[in-house]
Design a protein around this ligand. Sequence first.
Ligand code: COA
Length: 170
Amino acid sequence: MPPPATSSPAPISIQSLRPDEADEACALARAVFDRFIAPAQPEAGRQLFHRFAQPAALLRRHSTRYASWVAVAGPRVIGLLHIHARNHLSLLFVAPEFQGRGIARQLLCTAAARGGLVAPVTVNASPNAVSFYSRLGFAPEGPALLKNGVHHQPMRLAAAPRDWASPLAP
Ligand SMILES: CC(C)(COP(=O)(O)OP(=O)(O)OC[C@H]1O[C@@H](n2cnc3c(N)ncnc32)[C@H](O)[C@@H]1OP(=O)(O)O)[C@@H](O)C(=O)NCCC(=O)NCCS
């Protein structure tokens, strides 16, 4: 009799985005946005986001002042972190079935440990993500805003958490 089939989960790794991963990473960001963020955003904000999360636009930014990191499980992109100027989180998305397993934290830690994320860090948090960022130590900076059709709460992390292993803010 053949041995029973076993399937161990694919190991998860964090790496700098490769150009050939941009399509999948953007498709992930758009799908997660549509499910968790879009319902509370005006149509103009949804359209703006979808234009921002196109592969060509992502790669153009990635080659200038942005850096992008992906979480990969086997052959699949399951998380995306896109950072502007090493201190502003532009995109942070994790596939629904992988949420709550520390993937976002790992993306941030890896970017920081490799010098790609330096405190103080800012983010325009979507309303659903404010409690997540608070958990990581971010604090609201001013009131919630509706800007360019996007509801968001500006937040700031003054100093990197100990587990980020990155230089602390001066
Ligand atoms: C927000 C998001 C990126 C978090 O990713 P994740 O991989 O699930 O987060 P992690 O598992 O790394 O969680 C890190 C910590 O935050 C906590 N956390 C996660 N989601 C949370 C939430 N909604 N509220 C409060 N705390 C939360 C975790 O418990 C964990 O805490 P601990 O390490 O101290 O135990 C993910 O839920 C997501 O993609 N959401 C939809 C898209 C989105 O809103 N992106 C942000 C746009 S600004």
